[in-house]
Ligand binder design. Structure first.
Ligand code: CA
Length: 272
């Protein structure tokens, strides 16, 4: 097992903190736990974790502010924990910077499932934890686009990095470099937004249901029967909303992201 995986827990309830610690240790993480938001931000800065669990209600600064501060310097995978379902609804209406959400009380296996999903996702090159080779040199381009991610990217043209970018109506998304451009200008997307956009670019006019997109974010290649809640589907809606705003896409006359009412999303028709 990869012993370099690090987690930071930001949680003021000691029972929950201990539960999370146990789950993450069992999943192979080196765990650092903090009671307050300020300590948590400092721990993320010094430990550079792969994953952060973040309680929304903390004694000093709230989880939104903690996430905002973390996002200034870190691409860590943030799981936000909320005490009540109503809080979750508020949370999903805002751009919190979190990648995933859990409502308390939760079962250890729910947290384990989210951690497992996070671990299936490919790492962004050069962001967060270093992905360079042991001698400090960046991995060669053919390594980045080829064998290391084989099977992760069904739409990627293997072995031809120059042709690997997905294009549609002036937007380019490159899974190899994890970059997105609109008319040549870079657009900064979170990992989750990037993966949703990639999923829709790959399947074009085929409708993707919200549940299908949740599974894609969990890196489940097919319906494995894992539980998908309303909150999971709401989270997809929120991420799509944030994605539209960042791309400058108009939902009423979409250039890229078309809503199929009551079902899900697909790529808007080509304007070429
Ligand atoms: Ca709390």
């Amino acid at each position: 097992m990869d012993s370099s995986r690090v987690a930071v827990i930001i949680e003021d309830d000691s029972d929950i903190r201990e539960l999370i610690e146990v789950v993450l240790r069992q999943s192979g993480f080196e765990v650092h736990a903090c009671n307050t938001g300020v300590e948590g931000v400092a721990a993320v800065e010094s430990r550079r974790p792969d994953i952060v669990t973040l309680d929304l209600g903390l004694p000093d600064i709230d989880g939104f502010e903690v996430a905002r501060r973390i996002r200034l310097f870190s691409d860590s995978y943030i799981i936000m924990l909320t005490a009540r379902a109503e809080e979750l609804d508020t949370l999903l209406g805002l751009e919190s910077g979190a990648d995933d959400y859990l409502t308390k009380p939760f079962r250890p296996r729910e947290l384990r499932a989210r951690v497992a999903a996070m671990l299936r996702r490919p790492r962004a090159q050069g962001a967060g934890t270093p992905t360079n080779t042991a001698d400090g040199q960046p991995a060669a381009p053919e390594q980045q686009s080829g064998a290391s991610n084989a099977g992760d990217w069904p739409g990627e043209v293997k072995g031809t990095p120059a042709a690997a970018g997905l294009r549609h109506n002036g937007l380019t998304l490159d899974p190899g470099t994890r970059t997105t451009q609109v008319e040549g200008d870079d657009v900064e997307l979170t990992r989750t937004e990037f993966e949703l956009l990639q999923a829709l670019l790959e399947t074009g006019r085929v409708v993707r249901t919200k549940a299908d997109l949740v599974r894609r974010l969990r890196y489940e290649d097919y319906d494995t029967g894992s539980f998908i809640s309303d909150a999971d589907e709401r989270a997809v809606e929120v991420h799509i909303g944030n994605l539209r705003r960042k791309l400058g896409d108009d939902p009423r006359a979409p250039r890229w992201l078309e809503t199929v009412r009551g079902v899900g999303y697909r790529l808007a028709p080509s304007r070429d």
